[in-house]
Write a protein that binds this ligand. Structure first.
Ligand code: 5AD
Ligand code: SF4
Length: 501
């Protein structure tokens, strides 16, 4: 093995931190007051927290361990990487065990059961804290933005040390410092913000792929959805900031980028110099090191012809589109405030498939929205059969207090919803299994992501269309794009063999 290869493998064994935005904390003067501008202020507080960590190490003879639990979507996952970035920089080791010195739940609140899960898990954490009184517990993310939640935590979960929301996550270091200093629970929840703080440390899970936020918040107010209330109004990052971040990521070994936003198709509308999502994609396509571009999530009402054209011509945009349907009934779509009809959705799908014939389409569907009749449900089944989605996330409607749909009186009885849900799931899975077969025998490019968890003689990767492939290999292949013959399809994944690198 050449020295170069050995170095590469060693790098791959390491976790990836976005080094470019790291600052030497020891050079920050913490005896002065904190700077007012960001992100300098947060680095100042990281330096202060570092002192606390050093004292912990001296006292206990070991480094403190932190556990960051991500409970939500890809946006939350990216936020969790930001939390890990701060913790790592101030000197915490990372662990997956919640029996740790610092535990933070980055919560989701899209459906009610997500909230219940948090309350359940907090019970278990209190036992760990009794055993380890120095343990700190923090809660952040979407659920904390919901009215009533913080009150409930204050009264029933008093052992929690720190609670903050989605708008001030960039202040994590500052809040953590106050949590160290205070005996009482620190809570800081903002209603909204127009601030986007760049250049804070981020600890990436994979060295070869990364999410990149292009916008925050959502302005759509789908009538069932709590996201616009907890994530605030839509704010786009400037294209030059996004491009700079991606350029630096590629210098750090990243080849696949996932552009993140609640509704990426309306990217750029609120910028001083407006830019469309299609234009942003073209800029990103030109960055040399980028080999694959994905994005999430698209709203059918905003998906432009320009975007379809850019996807058609692109060599880097992956052949996968997640296009939430939510319902196939025009009546229900109207009640959901989705701004498209069944026919418009189907036309859009035709247009996309006309331009990119081999594209994989995936979707989100909600069953049991208030007022949904059997006929409405059959319209959804009809769209599912017509479109032939590669896969679909199916959800039972969850009544979220504060959303317009929650106030509707015509809620659908549970048994009926369950029955529809089961029928939908069966159909979705049947179609998904059939669609998965279509690449059998073909040769496709696979980005190798990890050593197979069950069999370490195999590695696992993904096709451009997001299908999972297992193939013989070792960890030196992680992060590489390899040509693979897809020998066999086993339900939802392929077994493949490498042809050439
Ligand atoms: N009930 C059920 N599913 C929901 N989603 C959003 N809000 C709700 C709700 N109240 C689903 C939508 C969305 C996905 C992320 O979660 O399908 O696309
Ligand atoms: Fe919720 Fe609709 Fe915004 Fe998606 S587009 S986050 S479903 S309000």
């Amino acid at each position: 093995m050449s020295k170069q290869d050995a170095e590469k493998i060693e790098r791959k064994g390491k976790k990836s931190r976005e080094m470019y935005n790291e600052i030497d904390l020891d050079k920050i003067d913490i005896n002065e007051g904190p700077p007012t501008e960001e992100p300098a202020r947060q680095y100042y507080y990281m330096a202060k927290c570092r002192e606390w960590v050093k004292a912990f190490e001296q006292k206990n003879g070991r480094m403190p361990k932190a556990c960051v639990v991500n409970m939500g979507c890809q946006m939350n996952a990216r936020d969790s990487e930001k939390l890990r970035g701060v913790l790592e920089l101030i000197g915490y080791g990372q662990t997956e065990s919640e029996d740790a010195d610092f535990v933070i739940y980055n919560t989701c609140t899209v459906r009610e059961n997500a909230n219940n899960k948090v309350y359940g898990k907090l019970g278990a954490l209190s036992t760990f804290k009794k055993k380890n009184p120095e343990m700190k517990i923090a809660l952040c993310g979407c659920m904390m933005q919901e009215p009533g939640v913080v009150e409930k935590i204050r009264t029933s979960y008093r052992f929690v040390d720190l609670v903050f929301g989605t708008h001030n996550i960039y202040k994590f270091a500052e809040l953590l410092f106050y949590a160290y200093e205070s005996e009482r629970m620190i809570t800081d929840i903002w209603e909204d913000t127009d601030q986007i703080v760049e250049e804070l440390p981020i600890e990436r899970k994979y060295f070869f792929k990364s999410g990149v936020n292009i916008m925050f918040g959502c302005n759509n107010f789908c009538s069932y959805c709590i996201v616009p209330y907890v994530r605030g109004r839509e704010r786009s990052r400037k294209p030059e900031d996004i491009v700079r971040e991606i350029q630096k990521l590629t210098e750090d070994g990243v080849v696949e980028i996932m552009l993140l936003g609640q509704n990426v198709n309306s990217y750029g509308k609120n910028l001083e110099a407006p830019v469309t999502f299609a234009e942003l994609l073209q800029k990103i396509e030109q960055i040399d090191g980028v080999k694959r571009i994905r994005f999430m999530t698209s709203h059918p009402k905003d998906l432009s012809d320009d975007l379809i054209d850019v996807m058609k011509r692109s060599k880097k945009i992956c052949r996968h589109l997640h296009l939430p349907l939510q319902s196939g009934s025009t009546e229900i779509l109207k009640e959901m405030n989705r701004h498209y009809t069944k026919e418009q959705y189907l036309e859009l799908v035709d247009k996309i498939r006309g331009a990119v014939p081999d594209i994989a389409l995936t979707t989100d569907i909600i069953v049991g929205f208030p007022g949904e009749t059997e006929e409405d449900f059959l319209e959804t089944m009809d769209v599912v059969r017509q479109v032939q989605f590669d896969s679909a996330f199916t959800f039972i409607y969850s009544r979220r207090t504060g959303t317009p749909a929650a106030a509707k009186e015509n809620q659908v009885p549970k048994e009926i919803v369950r029955d529809r849900f089961d029928r939908l799931l069966e159909e979705v899975q049947k179609i998904g299994a059939k669609k998965a077969m279509r690449y059998s025998g073909k040769t496709e490019e696979v980005l190798v992501e990890e050593v197979n968890r069950q069999d370490d003689k195999l590695v696992t990767g993904r096709l451009s269309n997001n299908s999972v492939v297992h193939l013989p290999g070792d960890r030196s292949m992680i992060g590489k794009l390899v040509k693979v013959r897809l020998k066999e399809c086993r339900g939802f994944y392929y077994l493949g063999e490498v042809l050439a690198e």
